[in-house]
Design a protein around this ligand. Sequence first.
Ligand SMILES: [Zn+2]
Length: 367
Amino acid sequence: MDSDAPEPAKSPAGGRAIYFDGTSNQRRAVTLRFADRLEIRDGDQVLAAWAYGDIRRADGPSGMLRASCLTAAALARLEIRDAAVAADLVSRSTGIDDNTPGRRGVATIVGWSLAAAVSIVAVVLFGVPLAAERLTPLVPDSFERRLGDVADRQVKAVFDAKLCDYAPGQQAFAKLVTAIREAADLDTSVQSGVLSTWVPNAFALPGGKVYLLSGLLAKAENADEIAGVLAHELGHLKHRDNMRGLIHNGGTSFLIGLLFGDITGSSALIFAARSLVTNSYTREAEQDADSFSIEIMHRLGRPTKPMGELLVRVTGKEAKGLSILSSHPLSADRLARMTREDRPASSPPLLTGEEWRALKMICSSAS
Ligand SMILES: [Zn+2]
């Protein structure tokens, strides 16, 4: 045979794919090369090389092989639409259907989710707020409620949180919420509850749900502190910040979830991670919610300073960056403002001493 133009060693097969590196949400068209490892290439650059034994099948739509790698970022994915290329990869990847969790514990996945969450903050900060402003008025209530329900389930699953149900505590909580809701001129569709979790926080969800987390309740010293926080959350609700917030906050994780076809797993973790790492309401929305809270407390004839004191108590004790409250406007600034706005109580306490003690025990029967 003619040998002066030696046939190059038959180049290992390969093909085209879409690659997500798992730490940014960039979608890259890549070339796969089946060498001794699977090389993921962009032109001459090898972006990653996955050992065949570490490649696993990830959930994906039919008609596509979606693969992850045990030694890559937890959210790194390859998407291969070419059936022949997919079949070739499957034949080389001996462990592709081994669904063992391997060394990746949940903690690692949470870690990576945090990394992913942090990396998408830039998108959220620079890309989504405008979209949220424009989209929010267009979102129908029914859709908002459905999103709220999804977020509700995610939040409960992620925090492994149960709704606290000690009856006298519930009655006290309902009394407090009702007083604030009526002063806020919000209708009775507002739902609220106390969730049992150590996280010191409170939040509003689309569709009109307000949750107080028992971690915050545990740190509160009187009903005015909690009333101020609840009024703040109702302020978000009234201004539909929650919808903006979800587009803004959950929206990105829902998008990521859709991207990876994993709405229940990693995206829920991202949602939680993001919620823990950063509150995505804008500073303006936070200040407006504080203004709202101040106004409500004035209407109720109750002091505004306690909420500020609670915020400082919580953010002072928690590790920086772990509490949502810590990324609100600086607690010290908020306390200063609430102290300026403080008026001596002109109405009796919102809860009796007995009711306050019952509220503090609301999670006592939750495991
Ligand atoms: Zn807020």
